[in-house]
Each structure stands twice: as structure tokens, then as C-alpha cells.
Design a protein around this ligand. Structure first.
Ligand SMILES: [Zn+2]
Length: 216
């Protein structure tokens, strides 16, 4: 018997008997019309991130794409899954907002700081190049802060700089650039803290992340 598959099937049965009946109206409504998500949520593939849970959203609200390190290859360099999702979300679904969400304890950020750890994974190594500019910035900031007596961890700085870099990459995509200039689309960068549940946000044009708790 395949234990993992059986565990997954048990989960589906529980969903069908417990979760679905309580929310049947919502699911039927979601199925009755074309999806109209207001947000494209780009985040890491890390299994500890639950985009719907952390934004208190339900079916139909958030269009999600995930990959290692929540990266957005610049337009034209790696046309594939991520760029197709972005184009579809902006041009067809007409999302109003795009979130690039990084997180604490990110394996991709740790791998960038210890490249030997992915030496036997050529595809991962190649993918991580999408964050190399952030790595350079984070290292410089780390050195500068250390000289000033601040002990900001390198991985935390890299996590933030990676989100800011991917927001820049996002704007190299023609659909995004056009929608932003037309005032139809806004972008924000997030860092989600897995252990505490906190989220820090940098709006487009900001270089600093601010806790959502502080804002309200
Ligand atoms: Zn991650």
C-alpha cells in the first residue's frame, strides 16, 4: 500500500465530508462563473507557505504561481511557466495587484549563500541565477551594516533584496509594464515569517519592508 497516497486520499475524503458541505455555496458560486481573482500571488514552492491562509482568502480570489525562491525571470530570458502565468493573469484575468512573497528559512536563499550545496543539481543552480543580482546587493549591504555595528543576518537581507529584484524583473514583462503605466495594476513585495506569522511589505518604489501590524 502506498502510505502517502492513502494519507492524501483520506485528506480528500475529509475535505468532501467536512469542509465542502460547510462551504458548498461558496464552491458552487466559484464554479458558476469564470474566475476573477483580484491578485496574482508569486511565492516560493516551500511547503510551509499557505497563500490563502496568510491572506484570509478563499477559492477564486488569488491566482497563485510558485517556484523555488519566488523568482520572476526577466522577460525574454526564460520564457516559460512563470512568464505565461504573468501574461495570462494580467492580460486575461486582469488582476489588480501582484504580490511577490518571499519568506524566512528559505532554502533557495541559503543555497545562494552556499552554492556548493546545489553543485549536484544543475537545474536548481541555473534557476538560482535569477537572484544573483540580489546576492551581490545583499553581500554589500551586509558588509556595510557590519561596519556600522549592525548584525543584520545575510540571509534576511538576501530574502528582502531578492523580493525587490523580482519586483523589478516583473516590470520587464510587457503586460505588467503596460498595466502599471495605465494605472490598472500595482505591485508589492512581501516577506512572510513562517515562525511568527508576521508579514512585512514593501510597496512598489519602496526599498524598505514595513510590518503590516505597524501600518494599521
Ligand atoms: Zn523558499
Amino acid at each position: 500500500m502506498n502510505e502517502v497516497l492513502e494519507q492524501l486520499k483520506a485528506g480528500v475524503r475529509r475535505f468532501q465530508t467536512e469542509v465542502y458541505p460547510q462551504n458548498a455555496e461558496m464552491f458552487l458560486h466559484a464554479a458558476s462563473e469564470r474566475q476573477r481573482p483580484h491578485t496574482l500571488f508569486i511565492t516560493c514552492a516551500d511547503s510551509r507557505i499557505d497563500p490563502n491562509a496568510i491572506t484570509s482568502t478563499g477559492p477564486g480570489e488569488v491566482f497563485v504561481t510558485r517556484n523555488i525562491g519566488n523568482m520572476v525571470p526577466p522577460y525574454g530570458e526564460m520564457l516559460g511557466g512563470v512568464s505565461a502565468v504573468i501574461e495570462f493573469a494580467v492580460d486575461s484575468l486582469e488582476v489588480k495587484h501582484i504580490v511577490v512573497c518571499g519568506h524566512t528559512q528559505c532554502g533557495a536563499m541559503n543555497a545562494l549563500l552556499a552554492p556548493e550545496s546545489t553543485a549536484n543539481m544543475p537545474t536548481v543552480t541555473s534557476w538560482l541565477k535569477n537572484a544573483h543580482a540580489a546576492l551581490g546587493v545583499a553581500k554589500t549591504l551586509h558588509e556595510r551594516k557590519a561596519q556600522l555595528g549592525f548584525a543584520d543576518g545575510q540571509v534576511g537581507l538576501l530574502t528582502e533584496q531578492n523580493v525587490l529584484l523580482q519586483m523589478q524583473h516583473l516590470k520587464t514583462h510587457p503586460s505588467v509594464a503596460a498595466a502599471v503605466v495605465a494605472g490598472k495594476l500595482t505591485i508589492s513585495g512581501w516577506v512572510y515569517n513562517i515562525g511568527t506569522g508576521e508579514v512585512e511589505v514593501a510597496e512598489d518604489g519602496q526599498n524598505q519592508f514595513t510590518s503590516i501590524i505597524d501600518v494599521e
